[in-house]
Ligand binder design. Sequence first.
Ligand code: HEC
Ligand code: HEC
Length: 288
Amino acid sequence: MPHARRDHGTGFVRYNETMGTSRTVVAPDATGAAEAPRRARAIAVVLGLAIVSIAIAAATRRTRGPSSPAGRGAELAVSLGCVACHGPHGAGGVPDPGARAGFVPGWDGPTVATFARDEAELREWILDGRPRRLPPPPHGARAKPALPMPAYRGRLTDIEIGDLVAYLEAVSAFGVELPDPVFDGRQLAIRLGCFGCHGPAGIARTPNPGSFKGYIPPWDGSEWAELVHDEAELREWILDGRPERLQKSAVARHFLDGQALQMPAYRAFLTDDETTRLVAYLQWLRAR
Ligand code: HEC
Ligand code: HEC
């Protein structure tokens, strides 16, 4: 404690020197004037702690991985190079001379079901480059594909394979019967380009400089509860690009206005009926 006191005093003398006033050392507790540096130091400590905790929060925000298996699968598809051939987010593959279809099949849409009959075959595609049921390429193709599907056996843990399969199933709606409005809503989301930013099925954490989290929050993430309180707000997000509640909050507005990628307002592009179908699709995704 005496050490701390001494610091206090020296600081106070220096302060007075620079201010060109007294050179006298005043016992910190003796007069009211000694309160000022003490308060200044307390404020500095509080500010310092605040800055440190904000920095820690920012760092953990950015480094914490996605919480859902499908979300982890989405990031694995990037880190394992799958998207180099199967396209961004695995949606819409690149041209592949010699391949059956002339291009690498994407994972979104009904294609996956034509390549894999069940979950076990999805695993075989990933581990062996093809399911046991199919002969080695070029099955039906004129030549060997230029970009053959690699066999990832030995490169993945069981959990990683499970995460990849969860992602494939989510983006392809594999083996899932979609009710009509949900199916239509999904088609609308594809047509309107929602998946460009949000990724197929809204799972991607697309980097977004200047945003609160540093990325666009995925639809299956924990952020949803804060961003979308109810169906009315979901409509506002789609029609106006943000709900009225967040628009009214100065802090929320600061982040929403400051981010590089902005949620578009689709009001001019949607009929009431289409909005209802989009909402049905998003609610169906959330309920899964
Ligand atoms: C070098 C290019 C390339 C890479 C990298 C690649 N694939 Fe493939 N993949 C292909 C090709 C080509 C086919 C189609 C093969 C055929 O028709 O026999 C395919 C087929 C598939 C299929 C079945 C068809 C479909 O699209 O539904 C799945 C599932 C799949 N790959 C998953 C993955 C996963 C997961 C990764 C990463 C871990 C990956 N692929 C990495 C080229 C690639
Ligand atoms: C240009 C990129 C972009 C496109 C295209 C886009 N969004 Fe967004 N979306 C965003 C951003 C950015 C946010 C804001 C998230 C934040 O920082 O709070 C957002 C937020 C949302 C939210 C709030 C909940 C959440 O978890 O993100 C919903 C719901 C949503 N978008 C739906 C859609 C739908 C439906 C479409 C297509 C009709 C679409 N978005 C198209 C960028 C986009």
